[in-house]
Design a protein. Structure first.
Length: 356
């Protein structure tokens, strides 16, 4: 961990220089402040992905405590209009981007794409990587080719049926997911089923009712963990952080449901308290490989389920993960004896496109 700690300490001085050049435009969607514009009808995302007021305040204060001046925007369109009012050459913004509004697949890519067009520096990955990391089935198959362990996966499309006519074998334990959502949206304990004719009919009817494809994956019983990543000239994986539900570290058939996510009804622990050093190191190495293969920039997070044999299966890629005080990022930084605001010095420093 010494390399990671040294990187974080060095990024404090990088951030100290950046604050002389930029102010921070914090762009986020919150459950209380994101509104329609001028009575225009805008398709908003389900607010399970939005920050509550406490979470927003934590991020805002974290960036301020890193000694930056912060202005806030709660709507992507308001931000774009404000930028377009100003002279191109007078723009001294650095965008801390947490936007995720809308109901379309590429909703998180709007601001990175706009910032690239306007040559405005911003946190996190570019538009391509942001969209790619939302496409669960596509990145699962891509990473499978590169020898990353992934659960068996299938897709049901309301117009074309099972993709490539492949579907689970009878009695396979599966989990049913939305194709392009995060924050455990759409997941409940009933999402886990044995595949049979009645389950298949449920999947078909649900897909047709929502007019949306459904992702079906092999269910992995065991542990769940998140690996926070810092990415400079190469990725650095922080300590894998386990997810605990109802006081249980070994989740067996439990999952982080939409309700659990919405209410922060889960806890963290250091995964090395439960699993061997060899398993922990393999998880870290795999997270680093995934970050490189996907092209994550500045920071990110990779989530795994680890079965009872110690094999880690990729579950999710977060290109702009939560860094609130109830997050694996905050937990990992605290383990290293670092301050909460160091997270934001790290991310802003790494996002400045400087090699360290």
């Amino acid at each position: 961990m010494n390399d990671i700690e040294n990187l974080i300490i060095n990024l404090r001085s990088v951030a100290a220089q950046l604050k002389l050049k930029y102010h921070i435009s914090l762009l986020s969607n919150t459950r209380s402040n994101t509104r329609e514009l001028n009575n225009s009808l805008i398709n908003y995302s389900t607010n399970n992905e939005f920050f509550n007021d406490k979470e927003f305040d934590e991020v805002f204060e974290g960036i301020k405590d890193a000694d930056f001046f912060v202005e806030t925007f709660f709507n992507e369109i308001e931000f774009i209009l404000e930028v377009l009012k100003q002279s191109y050459f007078k723009n001294k913004r650095f965008v801390y981007n947490l936007s995720r509004n809308g109901q379309h697949i590429g909703k998180k890519s709007l601001i990175p794409s706009f910032c690239d067009l306007m040559s405005i520096p911003y946190s996190g990955s570019d538009a391509l990587v942001i969209s790619f990391s939302r496409a669960k089935y596509i990145y699962t198959k891509y990473l499978e080719v590169h020898n990353v362990k992934v659960p068996d996966s299938w897709v049901y499309d309301p117009s074309n049926g099972w993709l490539a006519e492949n579907k689970p074998k009878l009695d396979t334990k599966i989990i049913i997911k939305p194709m392009h959502e995060s924050a455990s949206i759409g997941l409940s304990e009933t999402s886990i089923k044995l595949f049979d004719s009645s389950t298949e009919l449920e999947i078909i009817n649900d897909s047709k009712e929502k007019n949306s494809p459904i992702l079906v994956q092999q269910f992995i019983e065991g542990y769940e963990c998140e690996v926070p990543l810092l990415i400079s000239s190469r990725p650095y994986a922080l300590n894998p952080i386990g997810i605990s539900i109802n006081g249980e570290n070994h989740l067996k058939q439990s999952i982080l449901t939409s309700d659990c996510s919405f209410n922060d009804d889960y806890n963290f622990y250091s995964l090395d308290k439960e699993l061997s050093g060899s398993v922990i190191e393999k998880v870290r190495e795999t997270a680093i490989d995934i970050a490189q293969l996907v092209g994550l920039r500045s920071y990110g997070r990779v989530d795994f389920r680890i079965d009872n044999q110690g094999d880690a299966y990729l579950m999710d890629i977060a290109a702009s993960p939560y860094t609130t005080k109830h997050s694996s990022f905050a937990y990992a930084y605290n383990q290293l004896g670092l301050e909460y605001h160091d997270i934001y010095s790290s991310i802003i420093g790494l996002s400045s496109k400087t090699d360290y």
